[in-house]
Write a protein of this length. Structure first.
Length: 565
């Protein structure tokens, strides 16, 4: 392909009647003030979409537009273009053909980028247009740090020497960011962040150190290294977390921040002694995650409207329930972000504080010094709050103090570990909370799960197995059962998993006089039946089935998430 000619993007879009002269003038003024590229300005101002911008460029230059979401990327070929060039020039190597290479570029009019890519590959190239957002996501997936991490692990083994030894406190404190252990951990964090891992597990085994990432709720092995490096890795993490690095017999919890290429990440760390060394688990908490609103969580309108109505109440207890990792804390923070205002005093009591929220008073529980939930809650009520968030109800005393707060003019939000909404009042009774207190304070329970979505890039229909057909038939209760449902077979876009991303499924039980009376007098089975009637069939399981019928998740995933009875 001949070297492309420079295109005046603004004039091109006006000629193709994608934007008007007035809109071009507005974008040019914004570009002058911000210094950003004109194409990005058009998108940010809402004048064009990335797709329409790319299609216009493709038409003008007579080259193809490729939607990377549905393109079968071959990582072994793509990495022939160095990552530094791919990120710098917003380019990706798509095909290595006999006569030339096909390069996807967000800005194919960049002549300097064209020349540099030709010089690097030493090949003729042909161009295609791709959108910048999908391009950057694809680059993150392709340029994994697996080999880099393995190499740094081996370098760390060699640095430790032939004999296993521990770093002394002095040695470890003096190691800079260029030390092998520091570079090893930084690469692990970068890789985890690129693939959107929520947790990093560093686990010493008899002869290996295993690094696993939790992605969309499932653990995946990232790296296996020599067990010799385990003490150095654990000590380094404990040092930057401010933990007692001489204590290896007791579990410890800590926290630190790490600056990655894409921004600052909060890391919550937990250590646990094992026969082969200290196991370390880290939760990655992005600063932006706490800024979600309820409308961004994927709640259906029937749940969202009722949830916002609950949050408008001046008092009462609202519980969010589900197992660990089901997104309860994210839902509560989203609620707080909508409630947060200068007219409202909000106090949270947490263990630990997961996200920092401006304008809200957050208190960290510290049981080592006697600052437990019960003590903090008693003091909190003297701070004149309007809204109180209790991180988790763990015992009868915490439950009763929370309920008394709800009865005395406070809106209280908290979490509880139960399987579903209908079982929550019974769980509170099992904890020893008086019936009258539950009936007078509890206004609603929201139960939730996170369900994985099929990767759009590799989704295809597949016949149901006998077990899947039987399960779906029982859920549809006489309605027609489809012969095929969508599944993902795995591709580069989803790291071979077949799933990409998760969405919440919810059910809400609002307490009413009938349910309160049943809780006082009836058997648990009677209460559960009335609760089911109150929810009107809008259950976690039904929402999972709806996602299956919409082609967004698989039957296998729906069964996994909704088997809670």
């Amino acid at each position: 392909m001949a070297r492309p000619e420079k295109v005046r993007l603004g004039e091109l879009l006006v000629q193709q009647k994608v934007i008007t002269e007035e809109q071009l003038a507005e974008a040019l003024e914004s570009q002058r003030q911000s210094g950003r590229r004109l194409g990005r300005v058009f998108v940010e101002l809402g004048l064009v979409t990335e797709e329409s911008l790319s299609e216009a460029l493709a038409r003008q230059m007579g080259i193809p537009y490729i939607n990377l979401k549905f393109y079968n990327i071959q990582p072994k070929i793509s990495v022939l273009l160095p990552e530094t060039l791919a990120r710098r020039f917003r380019a990706i190597l798509l095909e290595d053909r006999s006569k030339d290479c096909l390069i996807g570029m967000a800005d194919p009019t960049d002549l300097f980028a064209y020349d540099e890519i030709v010089r690097s590959l030493k090949r003729d190239i042909s161009l295609a247009v791709v959108t910048e957002t999908l391009l950057l996501q694809t680059i993150d997936r392709i340029y994994r740090r697996t080999q880099e991490i393995s190499g740094l692990a081996q370098e760390l083994v060699e640095d430790l020497g032939e004999q296993t030894r521990l770093f002394s406190v002095t040695d470890l404190a003096q190691t800079g960011e260029d030390a092998p252990v520091a570079r090893f951990l930084y690469s692990v964090f970068e890789d985890a962040w690129q693939v959107h891992a929520s947790d990093i597990h560093i686990e010493p085994r008899e002869d290996r150190l295993i690094v696993r990432f939790r992605i969309d709720g499932m653990l995946h092995v990232q790296n296996e290294s020599d067990i010799k490096i385990a003490p150095a890795v654990a000590l380094r993490l404990k040092l930057i977390s401010g933990l007692d690095i001489s204590e290896k017999r007791l579990p410890q919890d800590g926290r630190f921040n790490i600056k990655l290429r894409n921004g600052l990440v909060d890391v919550r760390l937990s250590t646990m002694p094992t026969p082969y060394g200290e196991s370390v688990v880290m939760r990655l908490l992005g600063r932006e995650a706490a800024k979600s609103s309820l409308s961004e969580l994927g709640m259906g309108d029937h749940i969202l409207t009722r949830m916002r109505r609950l949050l408008d109440r001046p008092h009462g207890l609202v519980l969010v329930t589900g197992p660990t990792g089901s997104g309860k804390t994210t839902t509560l923070y989203a609620a707080l972000s909508e409630l947060n205002s200068t007219e409202t005093k909000i106090i949270t009591v947490e263990d630990p504080i997961e996200y920092r929220l401006s304008g809200i008073t957050q208190v960290q529980v510290n049981e080592k010094i006697g600052l437990d939930f019960t003590r903090v809650l008693r003091s909190t009520l003297r701070q004149d709050p309007d809204i109180l968030l209790v991180g988790e109800i763990r015992d009868p005393e915490t439950a009763q103090i929370s309920m008394r707060a709800a009865l005395t003019g406070h809106l209280v939000l908290s979490t509880l570990h139960t399987n579903d909404a209908a079982g929550t009042p019974m769980r509170l009774l099992d904890m020893g909370v008086p019936r009258y207190m539950i009936g007078m304070s509890l206004v609603a329970v929201i139960a939730q799960r996170l369900i994985r979505l099929i990767c759009e890039s590799c989704a295809h229909p597949e016949n149901l197995s006998e077990a899947e057909d039987d399960w779906l038939s029982r859920q549809l209760d006489g309605k027609p059962v489809p012969r095929q449902c969508m599944v993902g077979h795995g591709c580069t876009h989803c790291n071979g998993m077949g799933y990409q991303g998760r969405v919440g499924v919810y059910e809400m039980l609002e307490m009413n006089p009938v349910l309160v009376d049943a809780m006082y007098h009836a058997e648990p089975s009677v209460f559960s039946g009335l609760a089911g009637q109150q929810m009107g069939g809008q259950t976690l399981r039904q929402q999972a089935v709806d996602l299956v019928l919409a082609g967004r998740t698989s039957v296998r995933e729906a069964i996994r998430v909704s088997q809670y009875e």
